[in-house]
Design a protein around this ligand. Structure first.
Ligand code: XMP
Length: 506
């Protein structure tokens, strides 16, 4: 187990993901809350930070429990922190050092730099620079602009680097992490999906015993993998509920339900479409729609779970990015959209929570899913928002609008699949706009709906860019939509990036 102390860098999660890619388990903890079981961690990595070490409100934790006692790798701010408080000197650099640089002056015999050729590209992102190394510092590498790009401390297993090994642009970054963790700290690379499944199934058996677990399936990757893991562990003690809110993709409810049954899951499909659509009738405000959907979902789920006598646990597909305590640099962030499914279900359900995926990143969830034999197509599905088509139908929702949006969406998504484009896109869908426009079909004037298509690339949904889909493809899809979907006479393609736009229109 590796400890990553977070000083608030935007790259901290990336460090964790790189370490996990080496099949090494790690956890992120905020710098001001050292975990109590410190002895369980074999090595420590200090992250970067948006702060300057010289600033008074910058993170200045006491590392006496760690320094010299465990192998330590300090990245960027971490490297400056070690220098600043231990006889070195950190000062503003004349130029802001940002972007690609190349390592030189390597001490070839160093284990730390083994397999990393001189000239290797690294990624810099800092405005302070280390002018003088700390006491007992030994210089290992420099770049053209940064003399003290990598150093170690004599007599300790402490290493420090000014650049970011975790970003893709540092071409030997993963090698460097492996050198530190495997060669220097002697950590074993046993964090594999197979081992995870084996360990998790065993601990779920112990945790849940002979009690019953209720779990809400959404058709998405996380809840599915969580269910299959629980199913491996406790079989028929698992009761899955899959709710149709009437705002799913075309035929999704039937198809996915069928797939779940095929996987041997004990699942009940509940068609509550009418209940959701009634509650939503006439409501135009997006946040209001989200709240209503959240509330009705809880009601339906509660009714259903009461039918399962004596259930003691609520299973959830929560994953690691939702669990990591984030360090707030700019104060609490404003609510842009209230995602109803963050935070789980309210207390009144009074069930104990079991979350088999809470320590996994999304890519690890997919790898675990593959190990469990889940259909690759299901594992590769685009994300789909909890409120579904409700936030893609701008304004109020009617059954007719749901039908139009489903038809258009199905043509678009199937088209992406048929043209081999689906896996190149992170998320895609159709948006029904609350405007009519004039068209002409045959000799007739039409006055019908306009739909927008949206396809984005992203890694986590936080930032996104529109995908440059081929014109021929857009042409074909547009024709197909207008010819086949009654009520639509115009198709547009959304070419906005996030920020400043968002992925969904509501
Ligand atoms: P935005 O529109 O904020 O979307 O750029 C980012 C990602 O979040 C999804 N999204 C939601 N997911 N409940 C959800 O479960 C919601 O209310 C919600 N709103 C947006 C969106 O589909 C994208 O993947």
């Amino acid at each position: 187990n590796i400890l990553i102390l977070d000083f608030g860098s935007q790259y901290t999660q990336l460090i964790a993901r790189r370490v996990r890619e080496l099949n090494i388990y790690c956890e992120i903890h905020p710098f001001n809350k050292l975990p109590e079981n410190l002895s369980d961690f074999k090595a420590v990595i200090l992250s970067g930070s948006p702060f300057s070490v010289r600033s008074e409100d910058a993170p200045h934790p006491d590392l006496s429990e760690i320094r010299g006692k465990k192998p330590l790798l300090a990245v960027c701010y971490g490297a400056q922190y070690l220098a600043h408080f231990d006889g070195g000197n950190v000062a503003p650099s004349n130029i802001r050092e940002y972007g690609r640089a190349h390592l030189s002056y390597m001490k070839d015999e160093e284990l730390f730099l083994e397999g990393i050729p001189s000239g290797s590209q690294v990624w810099m992102s800092h405005s302070d620079t280390i002018k003088e190394l700390p006491t007992n510092g030994v210089l290992l590498a420099s770049t053209a602009d940064v003399t003290n790009a990598a150093y170690r401390i004599e007599g300790e297993e402490t290493y420090a680097i000014q650049f970011h090994p975790e970003v893709y642009h540092s071409t030997h970054g993963k090698q460097l992490l492996e050198n530190f963790l495997v060669k220097i700290a002697g950590v074993s690379q046993s964090w594999t999906p197979d081992n995870f499944v084996e360990m998790t199934v065993a601990s779920l058996k112990e945790q849940v015993g002979s009690e019953k677990v209720v779990l809400g399936l959404s058709g998405g990757v996380d809840s599915t993998v969580a269910a299959v893991l629980l199913n491996e562990a406790i079989g028929d003690q698992l009761y899955c509920i899959f709710v149709n809110n009437g705002l799913l993709r075309k035929n999704e409810f039937e198809n996915v339900l069928h797939q779940y049954e095929g996987m041997g899951l004990n699942v009940k499909g509940v068609d509550a479409s009418a209940r959701f659509l009634e509650a939503l009738a006439g409501v135009e405000d997006p946040e209001q729609k989200r709240k209503i959907i959240g509330r009705v979902f809880i009601e339906v789920f509660d009714d259903e779970s009461h039918l399962i006598e004596d259930a003691k646990w609520l299973g959830q597909g929560t994953i690691y990015p939702d669990v990591i305590e984030s360090i707030s640099v700019n104060g609490p962030s404003a609510t842009i959209k209230s995602h109803h499914n963050v935070g789980g279900l309210p207390d009144f359900m009074k069930l104990k929570i079991v979350e088999p995926l809470r320590m996994l990143f999304k890519d690890e969830v997919r790898r675990v899913g593959a190990t469990l034999g889940i259909d690759p197509e299901l594992l590769g599905r685009h994300p789909f928002p909890g409120p579904g088509l409700a936030i893609r139908i701008l304004g109020d929702i009617t059954p007719e609008k749901v039908r139009i949006t489903q038809e258009v969406d199905a043509i678009f998504i199937n088209g992406l699949k048929e043209h081999g484009l689906y896996d190149k896109v992170w998320q895609a869908g159709a948006i029904l706009l609350p405007v009519n426009s004039v068209g002409v079909m045959g000799d007739e004037r039409t006055y019908e709906k306009c739909v927008a298509l949206r396809a984005v690339e992203s890694t986590d949904g936080m930032t996104a860019d529109w995908v440059h889909l081929p014109y021929e493809f857009l042409q074909k899809i547009s024709n197909e939509i207008i010819n086949r979907v009654k009520g639509v006479n115009r198709v547009v393609y959304d070419i906005s990036s996030k920020p400043p736009a968002t992925i969904e229109w509501e």
